[in-house]
Design a protein. Structure first.
Length: 235
């Protein structure tokens, strides 16, 4: 339920920030499309790795890698070039996204393999569905708070320029919400971000993820994978 907090800001907001920085939505869709064959390869590799008595080892390794990519994503957004995006930078985005997707796929398959290993054969399908539902919920509930935190920590104002004395909408100072952005655009102004809440939120998520990994997730995973199968049986 808490293991996916570390990279929630990266998963939920980084793509939006790229579009905000000037990346075309079509290019973002192309990056995601190129990922597909590598997801298949990553799933096959993860299935081979996630066997034996240390089934969660690939999941833990991929966890650390995804935290690293969350930090790297902040750097990418920080140095994102003005449009049009150079082909070299675009290729770097593709490679980075492929590697991040591989890590995510390894985690998903690794956790599914663990669920398969511990599920009670008597009610195997129901047991696995319950475990996967709880696991997926852990990647869903934090997003609401992450998106709200990005807006909360962001400071953006509307710059109308020399026409501000004549324009009745010149009093617009908030440019974070959709309403504020729309009002600023209608006034002929541009939103100026003075403090981007993405970096604060993502850094907080990564910090929480590192703390959870070292103090709770890693020890718990090692303990859980060492339990005998009989401990997971309900019949």
């Amino acid at each position: 339920m808490v293991s996916k907090i570390g990279f929630q800001a990266n998963d939920a907001v980084t793509g939006l920030k790229m579009v905000e920085k000037g990346l075309n939505k079509e290019d973002l869709a192309l990056i995601s499309l190129i990922d597909f064959p590598f997801e298949i390869i990553g799933g096959w590799l993860a299935a081979r790795w996630s066997t034996g008595d240390k089934v969660l080892r690939p999941w833990l390794t991929a966890f650390s890698i995804r935290l690293g990519f969350a930090v790297f994503a902040m750097l990418v957004i920080w140095v994102f070039p003005l449009p049009p995006v150079p082909i070299s930078f675009f290729l770097m985005l593709i490679v980075t996204n492929i590697l991040a997707t591989l890590a995510s796929t390894v985690q998903f398959v690794g956790m599914s393999a663990f669920h398969t290993q511990i599920s009670d054969p008597f009610i195997g399908g129901t047991y696995m569905t319950l475990l996967n539902t709880i696991s997926n919920l852990g990647g869903t509930w934090p997003r609401f708070f992450v998106l709200r935190a990005v807006d909360y920590f962001t400071i953006a104002t509307c710059d109308i320029g020399s026409s501000s004395k004549e324009n009745p909408l010149s009093s617009i100072t908030e440019c974070v919400s959709d309403a504020g952005k729309t009002a600023c655009k209608e006034a002929g102004g541009t939103c100026v971000i003075e403090r981007d809440g993405y970096y604060i939120t993502s850094a907080a998520c990564v910090t929480i993820g590192i703390i959870l990994l070292t103090t709770f997730i890693w020890p718990s995973a090692k303990r859980l994978q060492s339990l005998p199968a009989s401990k997971w049986r309900i019949s």
